[in-house]
Every structure is written in C-alpha cells, then in structure tokens.
Design a binder for this molecule. Structure first.
Ligand code: ARG
Length: 566
C-alpha cells in the first residue's frame, strides 16, 4: 500500500511528464508543519527551477495545470513556488478504511530485507551495569524491534565484556579479600570491592602488582582454579544482568561474550600479519590507519595479550561467516568513536562486505548538569534506579486510580515506571546529553510515557463502557475537523516508521506518537463518542480503535508496554 506521500509523488511525476518536465531528481513530499499550508507540501518546482534556471512559481503553475488531484483533494501554489496539497475528507476516510483493515496499519515490509546484527547493551563482568548502559540497552532494543517490524532479519547479540586485564586483579582480590557472605547478598558489589582492594594494594606494593599479573597469566593459560573463579564471576554478573533485563522486558538472541572469540584470536592476528594488514611495532602487532589517527589499532600487545581490538575483529568475521550478517550495528557510547572507525576500516580492508555502523549516544546528566553520579561519586547502579522508577510510579498510580487491585497496581506501576525511563531516553535525539529528572519523566502531562499510556487508557475505557462489542464496520465517514486531524496523523504512520532507520532515530517515532496522542486528546474533547448518533458513533469508535492499535504498536516497538487501566 503506497503511503500518502508516495501517492502524491506519483501524481507529481505524472504531471511533470505531462508538462515535459520529467526529471530524475528525487521529489520530496512531506507533511506540512503548519496546517495553513495544507496537509502536504513539495518544493519540487523550486528544485527544478534552480536546475532549469526558470521561475519556480511559473513552473509550479505549469505542474499544477497537469496535476490530477480530483480523487485526492486539491493543490495550490504558495510562496516562492511551493505546491501545497490538501486532502479531501473523502480521500482521508477511504485511506483510513484501508488502514483499519491492515494489521500492520499500512507499514509495508521492505522489499530489500537484510540480515542485521545489532550489538547492544554489552555490559562488563564484575562491574555494575550503570546508567550509561541504559541508553545502549533501550536504544538497541527499540531499533531491533523497529528494524524487525520493517521486514529485516534481525539478530540481537549482547556482547558481554567478560575478558580483559582487570581479571588479574579480580582473581587476586578473590583469593585474598573475598567475604563470601557478601557474595550471596550483593555479588556484583562484592566483585567491585575486591577489585578495588586489589587495585589499591597493587599500587602500594609492587609484589602485589606482580601477583595480579601472575593471576592474569594463569587465567589466560587456562589454569583450572583461575578459570573456575572467572566462571563464577561471569555467572554471578550475568545473573544480575538478567534481573535487569527482566525488569526491562528485554531479551537477546545471543549473548556471546568477548571470551567466546578467544580460540580464534591467534589465527586472526596471524592472518592480518600474512596479508600485510598488520605489522610488528615495538614487540606489539598493530594496524595503522593514519588517515584516522596517529594511534595504532593494537591487535596484540607487546606482552602477547589480546585486547578489545582483536576480539572485535574476530567478532565481525564470526557474524559474517556464521550468521550471514549484511549489516552490523553497534549501539555504544560516543567515546568509542575512534575504536569503531579503526575497526570498520580494518573490517573493510579484510574484505568483509558488510555495512558497519556505530550508533553512538551522549551522556545522561544529573540535575546538576554533570555526569549522573551517586552521592559517593560512583556511577548510579541501574537496578536500583529501575526499582526506584517502579516505586515512584506506584505512588502516582495509587493516587490516580485507588480502585485498582493490588496485583493490577503492581503490574501497572511496572509498565509506567519502566516505560517512563525508556521513553525519556527514546524521546531525545540519541546524541543529546539529557538531564535525568524523575519529575519530568513521570509527569502525566507533556511528552512522557505516562501521558501516552494515559491517552491509550482513556481511549480503551470507551470500549469498556459499550453495552456490546462493536461490529467492525469498514466504512468510516469522517466529517469533523478533529476527526480529520486525527485521521491524517494516523495516515502518516507508514511514512514515519521507515524514517527511524534513516540516522537511527527512535525519537522520530516517539515524537510522532506524542503528536498523535495530542490529536487524540483534541478529538476526545470535541467529539463525543458514546452519545453520538449511530452512524457517527460507529465511525468514531472505529477511529478510536485504530488510534489505540496504532499507539500500542508504536509504543511496543519502542519497548514500552501499555496497561488497559491506570
Ligand atoms: N563492553 C563494552 C563497554 O561496556 C561495550 C562493547 C560494545 N560492543 C562491541 N562489540 N565492542 O564499554
């Protein structure tokens, strides 16, 4: 099903051909921001005017004379040469009837499906998952849902950081400073504590530093005891992560940690050397890419150890060979920009024909506009934060609807609290550093999850008041301004959703859903549904039904759940 913008572009092409102006220039037709300029607008005549060195208004007039719009609405020339389109109530009603019958609400599956691996969340073992990881987790999940919905074959992979030099200190700390009783109550905190203790001791005492190094070497050589301790750290941490993913309602297809690639690393380095892509420098193996940086990409350290660069190179190979990846998207903070540039450049020089993208994001700030920290200066642990979100939402839900059962209140609070945190992330441009504010994100007014969830609940409550379920009539006839405005917004969904992938911006979907809900509120205020005369009532009920389906689809794609009551 072509979108409204595509239908208009088609008509525009026809008119251009008919007026001998046909051009291979892509024609843009987009919804207008201001309803005074109609519903859609194109600058085609201005683009052409520039190219043909002709007056754009004259060209626009010429195009208009050949434009067939009678079944769609009307068009007019405006300003320096815009063409404005107005959709007729009849056209809007017909389109909406079509969308109402389509369970995908008009969104077509891509005709060029790709296998896309999305690498996101990827926290590190023996460290707490902190607020920085929430951005990756929430963004990655939303992008995965949307990409999948658009018809691509999506594979999600949580690339856990489960290998690295810090394990020397963790294991040393485990052997000398561990308090096993703490391991049961709060394992990750205990792992952090023993690491810190070992680190502090190593700084004071060279012997201890050497001891830590020895532990690392033993781990890398596969010594039994150290492997066992490492495995326990991995298990304890992943159990903790799993609790967070459960709270967030997020799952991964794979969770292959860095260590998974260990057996491949010597071969990868060997190949890079043989193919002349890497060289030995001061005992290390490095890849140079001076166009990117004066710092090398370190493939093997001078002590023989492998690092982040090596694993990531092996990971590309694995994803391409075993999963047939055609694209790999990494949702990782902006500070890792150079790492990914170097990695992608090497990946391409290795001959992998895969579309590699670093989907970066900014920081979350505290109310003081600095990086969000706890009072003691640590980064804020994620689980505590999510639990606080649910707790705060409980108070709001209890006040808003005291009649909910205990069980309902619990489940609604989880949806509202977690939804609020997710939405505050997804409604921002991902590069924006944003201030984490409970008050703002949990408000029932403004661009927030609770506002959208409330719009949904309000709409669904209409259906609960019906004496009998509505029969799905397929012929809505829209007349009122507020009905038409809501309908026009609904018709834009198939245009909006694919645009999210253009620049990886779920905030486009979020702000669309917000505008949509604002239109719904406008409609709800000015158009009575249940008390309207039968035919009008049927139309309005259908409109409510498609609105609520759309809002649910959209929010679910963002990873946000919707309660039926709140
Ligand atoms: N573990 C890393 C971190 O917390 C992120 C890993 C991202 N993925 C990757 N393939 N490098 O910073």
């Amino acid at each position: 099903m072509a979108t409204v913008a595509e239908i208009l572009q088609g008509r525009l092409q026809d008119a251009l051909r008919a007026s001998d102006l046909a051009s291979d220039e892509p024609l843009q037709t987009a919804p207008t921001a201001d309803p005074r300029h109609g519903d859609y607008q194109t600058n085609a005549a201005m683009v052409l005017g520039k190219k043909l060195k002709q007056n754009p208004r004259t060209l626009a007039g010429l195009i208009l004379a050949h434009l067939s719009m009678s079944d769609i609405g009307a068009a007019e020339v405006a300003g320096p040469g815009f063409i404005n389109f107005r959709l007729s109530p009849d056209f809007i009603s017909r389109r909406l009837n079509q969308l109402a019958l389509d369970e995908r609400i008009g969104v077509e599956r891509t005709d060029k499906p790709r296998t896309v691996v999305i690498d996101f969340s990827s926290p590190n073992i023996a460290k707490p998952m902190h607020v920085g990881h929430i951005r990756s987790t929430v963004l990655g999940d939303a992008l995965a849902n949307i990409t999948r919905f658009l018809g691509h074959n999506v594979i999600t992979d949580n690339h856990i950081g489960d290998w690295g030099t810090q394990f020397g200190k963790v294991i040393y700390g485990w052997k000398h400073f561990l308090r096993s009783e703490n391991l049961n109550s709060d394992p990750v905190t205990e792992l952090v504590r023993i690491y810190r203790e070992a680190d502090a001791a190593a700084q004071k005492d060279f012997g201890i530093l050497e001891g830590c190094r020895q532990e690392l070497v033993k781990l890398q050589q596969g010594e039994k005891e150290n492997r066992r301790i490492w495995q326990q750290c991995v298990d304890l941490s992943t159990e903790e992560f799993a609790k967070i993913y459960d709270l967030l309602g997020i799952r991964f297809d794979y969770q292959l940690g860095e260590s998974f690639y260990n057996p491949e690393l010597p071969r990868v380095v060997q190949e890079l050397l043989e193919r002349g892509l890497a060289e030995v420098s001061d005992g290390a193996v490095v890849v140079w890419d001076r166009a990117l940086s004066e710092d090398p990409f370190i493939i093997r350290k001078s002590d023989g150890g492998y690092g982040y660069a090596t694993t990531d190179t092996a990971t590309i190979e694995y994803r391409v060979k075993h999963w047939g990846a055609e694209a790999i998207w990494y949702v990782v903070g902006a500070p890792q920009h150079l790492h990914f540039q170097q990695l992608f450049s090497l990946g391409h020089r290795l001959g992998y024909e895969v579309d590699l993208q670093h989907i970066a994001f900014g920081s979350i700030l505290g109310e003081d506009r600095r990086l969000m920290r706890t009072r003691s200066g640590d980064s804020v642990p994620l689980r505590a934060l999510l639990e606080e979100a649910v707790q705060r939402a409980t108070a709001i839900v209890a006040e808003k609807n005291p009649d909910l059962s205990e069980q309902e209140r619990l489940s609604v609070s989880r949806m509202v609290g977690i939804g609020a945190v997710k939405y505050s992330e997804l409604s921002q441009h991902r590069m924006t550093d944003y201030i984490f504010s409970w008050e703002k994100m949990l408000s029932l007014h403004g661009n927030t999850a609770p506002y959208l969830q409330n719009a949904y609940v309000r709409c669904r409550s209409i259906f609960r008041k019906l004496p009998a379920p509505v029969s799905a009539t397929t012929s809505m006839t829209l007349r009122e301004e507020a009905e038409l405005d809501l309908a026009k917004k609904i018709l834009q969904f198939p245009e909006v959703l694919p645009a999210v992938l253009d620049g990886f911006k779920p905030n486009i979907l979020a702000s669309y859903l917000y505008d949509l809900s604002a239109q719904f509120h406008g409609f709800y205020e000015s158009c009575p549904v249940l008390s309207a005369a039968t035919e009008v009532r049927e139309t309005r009920l259908m409109l409510c039904d498609i609105f609520s389906r759309l809002l649910r689809t959209g929010l679910n794609l963002l990873g946000i759940e919707l309660p039926e009551k709140m």
